[in-house]
Design a protein around this ligand. Structure first.
Ligand SMILES: *Cc1c(COP(=O)(O)O)cnc(C)c1O
Length: 414
């Protein structure tokens, strides 16, 4: 093992300089260690903080029946899957989970089949790069919403690099412009890619309109419902259920580490597309299957999402959203007032967002400052999220605290 000390020194110096630079721009991120399960209160160091920042919208991440199912799954299947799905890692638990996930979308995607992944990041890379390989190099156009999640952006970049796909960004609030672009497009394969719920704003994509455009222009529509699955729709089946949409042009992505409270993700689409992704989806093929116990636990989570308990959790979550909307309507904070559990307060600069987060921290709240590149430059924010485990009193106490610090923050920022 010989390593040139000169090269190593150069790389280390570069890394040190870049990190100092990030710090100067107030863009350095820090890990905080929690000692407790994900819930509405978190022990961070020796302080108990009231957390309004996780994506555990239904409060299932620490649910006793799902924990029990994980233990049961481990007893039944052991720990590791041992291999990728196509070699020998595809267990009966994975298969049952995929059947159940497909059943959730059966009214919305004809001939639906689901494929389970260890993360949403991997599912998005697989779906976008895999679908792009349906057409010859240079014969693919991808239309990607500007505020899409990083994993969609990276999937699009990879498809562009591997398959010479052309990429056009679109503003999801102006779908008519997308229609104009698509009508001129003569490529063999056209793919529209969007978040269903925009993760940093909480607003919804106009999924019905996008589907309509996809149908008019012979395109596919990939919808990433990471923040809608479990939350939206009467049974929590997600955005397609809520919007009552049905089409075999839809490639649906759901993630299972947010409202579902566990880990993983899935692609659900018309069976032929899934069959193709199993053949050609490189991130799927070349990655070890998730531990089967996780799939076993997820079956329990899906049961809860689909049950009366799930409906009650969604109803409570919607009550919290309504309280927030009515209480915050007249506050001076710049906000979105979305219809989802994601409620941002926009501060603008990194310094202001960090100051607001610090004041909240001093008041006992855990709500981190979200900064670029996660959000556009100049729109640094607090991203407040609700869980069905928050009580109405928890929410009212947060609103009181926000009212108290409003004056202090707004004086300094204007
Ligand atoms: C969180 C998220 C992902 C990634 O899912 P993971 O399972 O956390 O990798 C993908 N898309 C969106 C919109 C997300 O918010």
């Amino acid at each position: 093992m010989s390593q040139s000390p000169v090269n190593r020194f150069k790389a280390l110096t570069l890394a040190e300089e870049q990190i100092v630079d990030l710090d100067l721009q107030l863009l350095k991120r820090k890990l905080r260690i929690t000692e407790t399960p994900c819930d509405t209160k978190a022990l961070v160091g020796d302080r108990e903080l009231k957390a309004f920042c996780s994506n555990d919208y239904l409060g299932l991440a620490n649910h006793p029946r799902i924990t029990e199912a994980l233990v049961e799954g481990a007893r039944k299947y052991g720990v590791g899957s041992g291999a990728s799905h196509l070699i020998s890692g595809h267990s009966a638990a994975h298969e049952s989970l995929e059947k159940q996930l497909a059943a959730f979308q059966a009214d919305h995607i004809p001939n639906a089949r689901a494929l389970f992944f260890s993360t949403g990041y991997l599912a998005n890379l697989t779906a976008i790069t895999g679908l792009a390989r349906l057409a010859p190099r240079g014969e693919v156009s991808i239309y990607s919403a500007k505020l899409n999640h990083a994993s969609l952006i990276d999937g699009v970049r990879l498809a562009s690099a591997q398959n010479n796909a052309s990429v056009t960004l679109f503003d999801h609030t102006q779908p008519e412009l997308l229609l104009t672009d698509l009508q001129k497009d003569t490529k063999a394969l056209k793919l529209i890619v969007t978040d269903a719920v925009f993760s940093m704003d909480g607003d919804l994509a106009p999924v019905k309109k996008l589907l309509n455009i996809a149908e008019q222009c012979d395109a596919l529509l990939l919808v990433d419902d990471a923040h809608g699955f479990g939350v939206l729709g009467k049974h929590g089946h997600g955005v397609l259920e809520q919007e009552q949409i049905c089409s075999d042009r839809i490639i649906y992505i759901g993630t299972l580490g947010k409202a579902a409270g566990v880990s993983g993700a899935f692609i659900c689409a018309e069976n032929t597309f899934i069959e193709w992704l199993i053949q050609k989806g490189r991130p799927y093929i070349y990655s070890t299957a998730t531990p089967p116990a996780i799939a076993h636990a997820l079956l329990q989570s899906l049961k809860i999402i689909d049950s009366e308990e799930g409906a009650q959790r969604r109803a409570h979550l919607n009550r919290l959203i309504t309280i927030w909307q009515s209480e915050m309507k007249f506050s001076k904070w710049e906000k979105v007032l979305s219809c989802t559990p994601i409620q941002p307060i926009i501060l603008g600069s990194n310094a202001d967002a960090l100051m607001a987060a610090k004041l909240l921290d001093e008041a006992g709240y855990w709500i981190p400052a979200i900064r670029p590149p996660t959000v556009p430059i100049g729109s640094s924010r607090l991203r407040i999220t609700f869980s069905a485990n928050h009580s109405e009193d928890d929410l009212r106490a947060l609103i009181n605290t926000l009212n108290l610090i409003e004056q202090r923050v707004l004086e300094k920022t204007h």
